[in-house]
Design a protein. Structure first.
Length: 213
């Protein structure tokens, strides 16, 4: 009996030890630099209302300033980065044509938690405000558009080389994690940039890009 009991206890100890070993190895599979989960996912209705309000204001602005009165581009920085927050809006029909993902600036930190905005030279941060989409060129990140800041909050955009461009790190569809960050540029996916090129390059008037929160 003593031998049987000893064998039973030894077997039980081995089972418990194996369970703990499996549990620990499973935890080690989670890489420390895995993209973080989004903390919140704002209600779509709130974002839609905000977009409609910006569109109404944009209609007056583009008419007064001689911009393209049919299409306007909006970026809602209050939305999670893994959610579509780059909007192509038809001002004439008052409808959302398309949307996609866009990165925000990391302010030259390894990873920026939350949001921070700046118009300062060398800040690496996103600047809120209205932008005139300028000439295209091919640079470090391929096909890009120069951006001219139209507000006091983004007046240094051109000098900071804040441009609209694409990067392969931007997913083509929504994800549950945060996406990569830029050094202040509104960076989109390659496919979205292809869509934007058709709009911007065929427009006879400047196209307005409005980044807000």
């Amino acid at each position: 009996m003593k031998i049987v009991r000893l064998l039973f206890l030894t077997g039980l100890a081995l089972v418990v030890l194996a369970w703990f070993s499996h549990s620990n190895s499973r935890n080690k599979l989670i890489a420390p630099d895995t993209p973080k989960k989004e903390n919140t996912r704002p209600a779509t209705s709130n974002s839609s209302k905000k977009l409609e309000q910006k569109a109404e204001a944009a209609k007056l602005f583009v008419h007064r300033k001689g911009f393209n009165e049919n299409t306007c581009l909006f970026i809602d920085m209050s939305l999670p980065s893994g959610q579509n927050r780059f909007f192509i809006y038809d001002l004439f029909k008052d409808t959302l044509q398309s949307s996609g993902l866009v990165a925000h600036g990391n302010c030259f930190e390894y990873w920026l938690e939350g949001r921070r905005y700046s118009n300062a030279m060398g800040s690496g941060c996103t600047s809120l405000g209205k932008y005139k989409i300028g000439n295209s060129y091919t640079g470090k990140f391929g096909y890009s558009y120069k951006l001219i800041g139209l507000d006091s909050s983004n007046s240094n955009a051109f000098e900071r080389t804040v441009v609209l461009h694409a990067h392969s790190c931007i997913p083509e569809t929504e994800v549950d994690t945060e996406i990569c960050q830029s050094n202040g540029c509104p960076t989109v996916s390659p496919n979205l940039l292809s869509v934007l090129k058709k709009i911007i390059n065929t427009s006879t008037k400047p196209v307005l890009l409005w980044i807000y929160e």
